[in-house]
Design a binder for this molecule. Structure first.
Ligand SMILES: *[C@@H]1O[C@H](CO)[C@@H](O)[C@H](O)[C@H]1NC(C)=O
Ligand SMILES: *[C@@H]1O[C@H](CO)[C@@H](O)[C@H](O)[C@H]1NC(C)=O
Ligand SMILES: [Cu+2]
Length: 168
């Protein structure tokens, strides 16, 4: 029985670590943060953003904003849009990437978007949902079953509960 418990506890820890490791917090602009003419940095190039990851926008509060919009408002720098998909103002903004597809952001301070303070990213899913992204090579058959962040976390919690219950 004791061995049984240890196995369950081990599995719970493995799943907890795996689900943590699968989520990345991307600091937008790295140490330079979210800043003027952001489009010139090429910061998003070559990065793979995944469902479950987050973006962290750091900037001096009141000097910039983070507004999520659709493709047309983004292209036109339509900062007066009534179709905001999200808006953040704290200077320390965490934006969850909760579904696959493109996400468009700009700064709504006068002139900033027109000067290039904008960011578009493509978020890829866990393989279940179709995403407009390059085809990834299939994982080798020997690897563990593909599991999304939420499923992994749920299994970790369930495993931990079972382990705790058996410990008493
Ligand atoms: C924020 O903007 C104000 C003027 O709008 C400027 O004086 C100040 O230096 C800026 N702060 C930072 C940290 O860039
Ligand atoms: C950044 O945005 C500005 C203003 O829209 C544009 O003139 C410039 O070509 C862009 N630069 C890059 C590298 O995309
Ligand atoms: Cu700005």
């Amino acid at each position: 029985m004791a061995a049984h418990r240890q196995v369950l506890l081990f599995l719970a820890v493995v799943f907890a670590v795996a689900s943590l490791a699968s989520a990345t917090e991307w600091k937008v602009g790295d140490d330079g943060g979210w800043r003027a003419q952001f489009n010139k940095t090429g910061w998003a190039d070559g990065k793979t953003f995944r469902v479950g990851d987050t973006l962290l926008f750091k900037y001096p509060k009141d000097n910039h904003t983070v507004i999520q919009v659709g493709k047309e408002d983004f292209a036109a720098c339509n900062v007066q849009t009534n179709n905001k998909l999200g808006a953040w103002f704290s200077g320390n903004d965490v934006v969850p990437l909760d579904k696959p597809g493109k996400m468009w952001f700009f700064c709504s301070v006068d002139g900033h978007c027109n000067n290039g303070m904008k960011l578009v990213i493509n978020v890829v899913g866990d393989g279940a949902a179709p995403a407009p992204a390059p085809v990834q090579p299939a994982p080798p058959p020997s690897s563990a079953p593909v599991m999304g962040y939420t499923a992994g976390a749920a299994v970790a919690v369930a495993g931990a509960v079972v382990a705790v219950v058996l410990a008493f």
